[in-house]
Ligand binder design. Structure first.
Ligand SMILES: *[C@@H]1O[C@H](CO)[C@@H](O)[C@H](O)[C@H]1NC(C)=O
Ligand SMILES: *[C@@H]1O[C@H](CO)[C@@H](O)[C@H](O)[C@H]1NC(C)=O
Ligand SMILES: *[C@@H]1O[C@H](CO)[C@@H](O)[C@H](O)[C@H]1NC(C)=O
Ligand SMILES: *[C@@H]1O[C@H](CO)[C@@H](O)[C@H](O)[C@H]1NC(C)=O
Ligand SMILES: *[C@@H]1O[C@H](CO)[C@@H](O)[C@H](O)[C@H]1NC(C)=O
Ligand SMILES: *[C@@H]1O[C@H](CO)[C@@H](O)[C@H](O)[C@H]1NC(C)=O
Ligand SMILES: *[C@@H]1O[C@H](CO)[C@@H](O)[C@H](O)[C@H]1NC(C)=O
Length: 777
């Protein structure tokens, strides 16, 4: 029903006077009484007082300066107030390390790090990334990607920048990452808020640079329950963890642009979640002055199209009240004071324009000091890449032992042609139907990219994908005891994946060609940013091993060697589900066509999130589809057993809240207090030391008809010696067992029988525990 209402809304938008794009002083219908929740600082009360005080001393011009981009050395800079010693801020991407600069570590991307299922490693990764940002004098990292996209569709071009389509895993990793990165005094920016689940739809021909044309942002139309339970939680945990900034996204939500969406920014983020920091716009995501300012957007980046002089005029004409401008400035300065950036913070010592020492733009000189703050981060990056590597198939060929003749195949095993030569987007790795030879894929392209100063890999010979070389490959393969075949999928911003979920550069053909001639067994190594359909080749008789190596970052080869030779026992688990065929996923959850409006004009296409809560493994569970490799799956060189699952009442007050939310909930305990604890015994029953991830899933009482069969609600990774047993505890917070009650607009614990399951994947759950929750008398 509301689909119809929404179409009316979208058409109304399309027919509305074209005030967006024109100067913000044009009065328009959106000009309603403001109800933007103004910040009070929350837990940053002292910093808020400083911000308040500073704002009292500023002119309107100075205030606007703080909300708007100016030319600077960074991908974005904002203005400051020199006479009050308030410096402007430097903003830089991205989630896997500082972008546009050298002497940084290219860490494994978020989705791959999530495969470690290891909270401690994720925290340490975040601390180390944060320190590298700080060392460059970056005030705000445009990271982490906290569930925008979450991963609704396997085709979305940017899923690899985020953690996982599972909201519990994603929200957990998001909160930890914000805490870790901000521990250095850096400000994080949780992004992309919100419901940014696909790239724009483009229908025009490619332009001369190969860029896409006639692009339209997509509207994500989602119901209230799905929004609250699935797409919002990772942002909620980022806000609780105290993220100083949030970025509004490119897409529309229910027909309104994200950066002028009063409901998602004012009502939800600043109201219900009590967010005390500032909302900045993604690059080019601002479409108006007044509606954006009144709907809650606090800052425009990376250049000024609607803020700056336009905002100044809107304030002078009274279209944006001065007290709203004051709120923007207080929100921006509060985290800056709270994290002591006014006291001691390194000055920006790089420039984004080139990797040269110095560049002059508009008469101003910007320097690159090539500062090196890596310390031992590369060796940590190697560790987390190995811990995240997922072993999908092993007939016993791995770990490699007593092997004297190895053949290595595929251009994905090659050293990249250039580490920085194709620019900070790394788009020259581009996937293409043609068989290019641009070296191994260590990360995706666009704002999630970072340079690798080197790539830890060293191999020789026959690193082609081209069928012209299949004969000579066969010759080498026929002499090899083990054939390592490297295949890849390069994903990038601004382009969703092609139908088919296949490997780039004909990877399937390469695997089959080597498999046909290999003297021994074939081990396939997949460098991909998401799901791959493997049915063409995974059952062939000589395929002895399959390794999902994700986007491991610069330590790719070193980490892989650790796994291949067994120096590290694999313990990574898939943070998403790999189906057997593309038809296993819901059709239509990625749009590829634009829509037509009333008079044949193109409108923003609407993506109706009709599958509701059932994405990824929950879809496969709900429709009983057997995946090839399920969420949570990953093999080891040893074996484990789990025993005796128990869930018991407890009460532990939440201690990880930096900023408290205003979320409504029934009953007395805090929404984030632990009220149950699950315990399970885990034993290493093999003869090799290794780590296993205990996974806890939960079914809601049957009265909750919208709920998919099972939800991840706990995980814990433990390292065990052969024969060792450990009792693992998993905390269940009130929110973890609650549902969003749409009618009463509150979180509530359903009454009835909950069933808990424990095991080592979403489809291998040998243990069960039933828990009856009754009405309190
Ligand atoms: C603002 O002005 C007041 C009074 O002149 C002064 O006490 C205070 O330190 C100033 N604050 C800032 C941040 O400049
Ligand atoms: C805006 O900020 C820049 C950078 O800090 C500064 O040079 C300029 O003077 C500021 N403008 C005003 C009006 O304060
Ligand atoms: C700005 O900093 C300088 C040097 O530290 C100091 O002398 C001056 O009082 C400061 N001004 C304000 C307004 O805080
Ligand atoms: C989108 O619209 C539907 C139908 O009006 C509404 O239930 C839902 O809360 C809206 N969601 C968001 C995020 O605006
Ligand atoms: C591979 O890299 C080379 C050299 O940078 C570049 O010319 C070529 O276009 C790249 N291939 C693709 C598919 O982008
Ligand atoms: C998963 O659990 C099964 C038993 O349920 C066990 O045989 C297997 O070794 C476990 N796999 C891993 C990787 O721990
Ligand atoms: C679980 O492990 C603990 C020791 O950590 C042990 O005391 C207990 O008996 C074990 N329970 C079962 C059912 O194996």
């Amino acid at each position: 029903m509301w689909g119809l209402l929404q179409s009316a809304l979208v058409y109304a938008n399309a027919l509305a006077p074209a005030w967006s794009g024109v100067s913000g002083v044009v009065p328009q219908k959106h000009h309603k009484a403001p109800h933007a929740p103004y910040a009070d600082g929350g837990a940053w009360a002292d910093a808020f007082e400083l911000a308040k005080d500073a704002v009292l001393n500023m002119t309107v011009e100075e205030k606007v300066n703080i909300t708007s981009a100016i030319l600077g050395p960074c991908p974005s800079n904002t203005g400051g107030v020199p006479r009050l010693n308030i410096t402007g801020m430097c903003f830089d991407d991205g989630p896997a390390g500082p972008r546009y600069t050298d002497f940084v570590t290219q860490f494994p991307s978020a989705f791959f790090a999530a495969a470690s299922f290891d909270r401690d490693l994720i925290y340490e990764r975040a601390v180390r990334i944060g320190n590298e940002f700080r060392g460059k004098g970056i005030n705000v990292a445009l990271a982490p990607v906290t569930g925008g996209p979450l991963g609704r569709s396997p085709y979305a071009g940017r899923n690899w920048e985020a953690f996982s389509p599972d909201p519990y895993l994603s929200a957990t990793m998001s909160g930890i990452t914000v805490r870790g990165m901000q521990s250095s005094g850096l400000i994080t920016c949780a992004k992309h808020y919100v419901l940014y689940e696909q790239e724009p739809v483009c229908t025009g021909p490619l332009d001369w640079t190969g860029g896409r044309t006639d692009c339209r942002d997509v509207s994500s139309n989602v119901d209230d329950k799905t929004f609250k339970e699935l797409y919002l939680p990772s942002f909620v945990e980022s806000v609780r963890a105290g993220t100083g900034a949030v970025m509004c996204s490119y897409n529309l939500i229910n027909g309104t642009f994200s950066c002028e969406n009063d409901y998602t920014m004012n009502t939800i983020l600043k109201g219900e979640l009590n967010f005390q920091g500032f909302i900045l716009s993604d690059y080019g995501a601002t479409h108006s002055t007044i509606p954006s300012a009144m709907s809650g957007m606090d800052m425009e980046l990376p250049s000024v199209a609607y803020f700056g002089p336009h905002l100044l005029e809107a304030v002078k004409h009274g279209h944006v009240p001065v007290h709203r401008l004051d709120d923007m400035v207080r929100r921006i300065l509060t985290p800056w004071y709270a994290f002591q950036q006014h006291r001691s913070y390194p000055e920006t010592n790089f420039q984004k324009w080139t990797l040269e020492d110095e560049i002059e733009i508009d008469g101003r000189k910007f320097r690159n000091a090539h500062a090196d703050n890596r310390g031992d981060n590369p060796s940590f990056a190697r560790k987390i890449a190995a811990e995240s590597t997922v072993l999908l198939k092993n007939t016993g060929v791995l770990p490699l032992r007593h092997i004297r003749r190895i053949g290595v195949f595929g251009s994905d095993a090659d050293y990249p042609h250039t580490l920085s030569g194709c620019g900070p987007d790394l788009f020259c790795m581009t996937a293409s139907k043609e068989r290019y030879w641009n070296g191994t894929v260590t990360i995706g392209g666009g704002s999630g990219a970072a340079y690798a100063d080197y790539v830890g890999i060293r191999v020789d010979h026959l690193l082609h994908d081209d069928p012209a070389h299949f004969v000579s490959m066969g010759f080498i393969a026929s002499q090899s005891e083990v054939c390592l075949v490297f295949v890849s999928v390069f994903l990038k911003e601004n382009q969703d994946r092609e139908p088919g979920l296949r490997l780039d550069k004909g990877g399937e053909d390469l695997i089959r060609a080597v498999e046909a001639r290999c003297a021994g067994e074939v081990v396939v190594i997949i460098h991909a940013g998401g799901q791959v359909v493997v049915e063409d080749w995974v059952h062939l008789p000589r395929i002895g091993g399959v390794i999902f190596a994700g986007y491991p970052g610069q330590e790719t080869g070193n980490a892989l060697v650790d796994i291949l030779w067994g120096d590290v026992n694999p313990s990574g688990k898939l943070p998403f589900t790999m189906g057997k065929a593309t038809s296993d996923w819901p059709t239509g959850n990625i749009l590829r066509e634009t829509s037509r409006g009333w008079f044949g004009s193109e409108t923003n296409p609407r993506s109706v999130f009709s599958e509701g809560l059932a994405i990824d493994y929950k879809w496969f569970d709900k429709y009983d589809i057997t995946p090839r490799y399920e969420f949570g799956f990953g093999l080891s060189y040893t074996t484990f057993e789990m025993a005796s699952l128990k869930v018991e009442k407890t009460w532990i007050k939440a201690t990880d809240t930096v900023q408290a939310t205003n979320e409504k909930h029934e009953g007395g305990d805090g929404l984030y207090d632990t009220i149950y604890v699950a315990r399970v015994n885990l034993t290493n029953t093999g003869s090799t030391a290794g780590a296993e991830v205990a996974q806890l899933y939960m079914s809601y009482p049957q009265s909750e008809v919208e709920q998919p069969p099972r939800h991840l609600k706990g995980f814990h990774k433990v390292y065990l010696q052969p024969g060792q047993t450990q009792t693992v505890q998993m905390h269940l917070r009130k929110k973890d067992i609650s549902v969003w009650d749409v009618k009463h607009q509150t979180w509530r614990i359903p009454k009835g029988r909950f069933v808990f399951y424990a095991g080592n994947s979403s489809r291998n759950l040998p243990l069960e525990f039933k828990l009856d929750v009754k009405d309190k008398k």
